[in-house]
Ligand binder design. Sequence first.
Ligand code: AMP
Ligand code: ZN
Length: 461
Amino acid sequence: MELELYNTLTRKKEKFTPINDTVRIYSCGPTVYSYAHIGNFRAYVFMDTLRRVLKYNGYKLKHAMNITDVGHLESDADEGEDKIAKAARKENKDPYEIAKYYTDIFLRDFDRLNIDRPEIICKATDHIQEMIEFVSEIVKNGYGYETSKGVYFDISKLDEYPVLSDRKVNEQIAGARVEVDQEKRNPEDFALWIKAPEKHLMKWESPWGLCYPGWHIECSTMSQKYLGDEFDIHTGGIDHIPTHHENEIAQSKGKCGKIPARFWLHCNFLTIDGGKMSKSLGNIYTLDTLQEKNIEPLAYKLLCFSSHYRNKLNFTFQGAISANTSLQRLREGYRKHLKGTDDVEEEIINNFQKEFHQAINDDLNMPSAMSVVWDVVRYPKKSKKLSSLLLEFDSVLGLKIDQGQEKQEIPQEIQQLIEERKTARENKDWELSDKIRDIIKEKGYIIKDSKDGMILEKFEK
Ligand code: AMP
Ligand code: ZN
């Protein structure tokens, strides 16, 4: 069955075939200066679905995602302070410490959303030498020039700019918003390599003095290092289209004359009251915020499937609570089929399979794919064959539908003890808490405390 993906570069849905046997993908990863919010994670849930759909279609993957731990300025248009350096200054910490702390939390949340990890996760600060070489090549090829502020890309040397976005360069005069840098040859020229002010925290020796990289050069360098001059798919959020990805394309053309990826896929925003969820607007929620309200991280993933990745998705707590209930229903539906003894004809299974495959291959149409999943869940005959089919679909959804427990009737007496133990723990009376746990065990129940809360399991004595 053909896989079609919408390519921002050509502005149409195209049949996807990889250059080689292995699909090579590059995804713009997080800037690790703060906690990633659920808006950010919409972009990574989309990335995860793409991986899983490609695997479902039988492809092997080589996928690189970067961690931006230097060089992302407050504005994408080369303005403001480096985000990591700013956080380090504010928190009075070493920038590497800041980056490591937020990277670890990001990857923990990645796992909570059961996001399939890219084969390569690479940090910008580990690739400084390669970036210097990349910039040197651009300069050598006549596309870059030095000013007192850094090394800039000369966009007038390109045959076409922009190619990805439809912004009109001549109409968008940089000086209208920011003071024009008189040393730049064209207002739209952008920084490849930035000369570091004396007190700047992260800087490296280079042919142009003590500098730090521009954000765009990181992605061009790492994608080329791991995936070659031309690879299959580049992903990111729609906010990357006009500047970051446009400039990545310019850089690769300046170095090796090629647009680096054949397909450019972009995920739309998670919004709140119609506006983008973003750190700068202060309207963000994290997975922890959801868990405080007893909404599982995977329920958020299910919520993401309610809208096509190219459309906006408006977040409400009501929506997230319903998604949480739906996730439990999905798992219950799976368990019912697992216990089922009815027979279901192969033709019915094949039809479901075909409809699901068609939906995901239609530019990852997850709302459509989910309606097939629900048809299987609600199918009146209960059969193990359908539970296996749901598990097969879950290789694309990544919702862990075979997890979760059946609702168990907890005796009043045990419930009372659980409440008492909760109070003991709130009072930090660990001795009493342990004692109550032992009493509960005597009565045939084991309590396990996990980061996601308490789990109660019955066992036969
Ligand atoms: P950042 O860490 O700011 O570089 O962003 C990481 C990723 O999150 C990028 O792919 C952004 O496009 C994406 N992103 C940021 N805010 C949102 C949002 N509200 N909805 C969807 N994606 C977002
Ligand atoms: Zn990038």
